[in-house]
Write a protein that binds this ligand. Structure first.
Ligand code: AMP
Ligand code: TRP
Length: 326
């Protein structure tokens, strides 16, 4: 069976872009692949975090993943720092990676430029990500386009390690979702919806009050024409609404467009589709949030399941390198 691995950082509330662009695929992948999903809290530490916020955000993200339908009996869901093999293999891969190739990572350039404090961890971030992936003999990694370069590096590190020390790691493939997987900001539809709080009216959170969700979608920026057409270049606002409704209902934006001749009904239906999608998620989340001990128990079991795969892989790497067995 194909092994799928993906991770998400607990660095803010989950928004509609995360859900439609990435997490929904995690849910559907469960049926066809042996799926391993990880809340990558160690990756969050690459930039300064408030401890109480990190703790709350990590738990919330795990509960959102459960609420959207990640089934811990079918998949493996765990917190990165609960499986210490990640940090250990990360060190080994830091020693496999060259400074030059880490310096070429555009995410590092973007995040370090102008920053007051740049941690060494921000620089070696891709080695930890490679460790996440390689520990599980991963075949396929569903990620957004922005992670393509990190995936390429993971492949390079696996190939280099295997070449130097003998076959140890499975070389993974990226699985980048198709167009339409990008959800844009509702107020600035030429930029991606994101969890940064400079555009609260443009971002819909998965746990947001549904009246507020409806309001934001009804106030979404469109254009001065009246024609409903899926054309992200010429009509970014309208196309975003079509793409959101399509992703929420499992249809195609082009097909949806044919059913509208005005913006008003498009907004009303899109708001309804998003609320229909979020309502059961929020109900399940409320149940989970009322029982943190239950979630902790599920996550402990997830970590045990993960460790059962990760530990033998790390052991292979240790032996291949010549580290003395103990
Ligand atoms: P981030 O919020 O940047 O940590 O991203 C977590 C996951 O959600 C990644 O797989 C991203 O590619 C995906 N993602 C983030 N923002 C969007 C968006 N606006 N549209 C689609 N996917 C997104
Ligand atoms: N770097 C990824 C992001 O910013 C998160 C991540 C960490 C990840 N480890 C991973 C994604 C392993 C896929 C596989 O979105």
């Amino acid at each position: 069976m194909t092994r799928v691995f993906s991770g998400i950082k607990p660095t803010g509330p989950v928004h509609l872009g995360n859900l439609l662009g990435a997490l929904q695929h995690w849910v559907t992948d469960q049926a066809e692949a042996d799926s391993v999903y990880c809340v990558v809290d160690l990756h969050a530490l690459t930039v300064p975090q408030d401890p109480s916020v990190l703790r709350a955000t990590t738990l919330e993200l795990a509960q959102v993943l459960l609420a959207i339908g990640i089934d811990p009996d079918v998949s493996t869901l765990f917190i990165q720092s609960h499986v210490h093999e990640h940090a250990e293999l990360s060190w080994i891969l830091e020693c496999t990676a060259a400074v030059g190739e880490l310096r070429r990572m555009t995410q590092f350039k973007d995040k370090s430029e102008g920053a007051e404090f740049v941690s060494a961890g921000l620089f070696t971030y891709p080695a930890l990500m490679a460790a996440d992936i390689l520990l599980y003999d991963t075949d396929r990694v569903p990620v957004g386009d922005d992670q393509r370069q990190h995936l390429e590096l993971t492949r390079d590190l696996a190939i280099r390690f295997n070449g130097r020390y003998g076959d140890t790691f499975v070389v993974p493939e990226a699985a980048i979702p198709h167009v339409g997987a990008r959800v844009m900001d509702l107020q600035h539809p030429t930029r991606k919806m994101s969890k940064s709080d400079d555009s609260p009216q443009g971002t819909i959170l998965v746990l947001e009050d549904l009246r507020s969700v409806e309001k934001k979608l009804k106030r979404a920026v469109t254009d001065t024409e009246t024609e409903v057409r899926y054309d992200p270049e010429a009509k970014p606002g309208v196309s975003n609404l079509l793409a959101i409704q399509a992703a929420a209902t499992g249809r195609r934006p082009e097909d949806l467009a044919a059913g509208y001749s005005q913006y008003g009904p498009l907004k009303v239906d899109t708001a309804e589709a998003v609320c229909e999608l979020l309502r059961p998620i929020q109900a399940r989340y409320a149940e989970l949030a009322a029982d943190p001990a239950g979630t902790a128990d599920l996550l402990a079991k997830g970590a045990d399941k993960a460790r059962a795969v990760a530990a033998p892989t790390l052991e292979r790497a240790r032996r291949a390198l010549g580290l003395l067995p103990h």
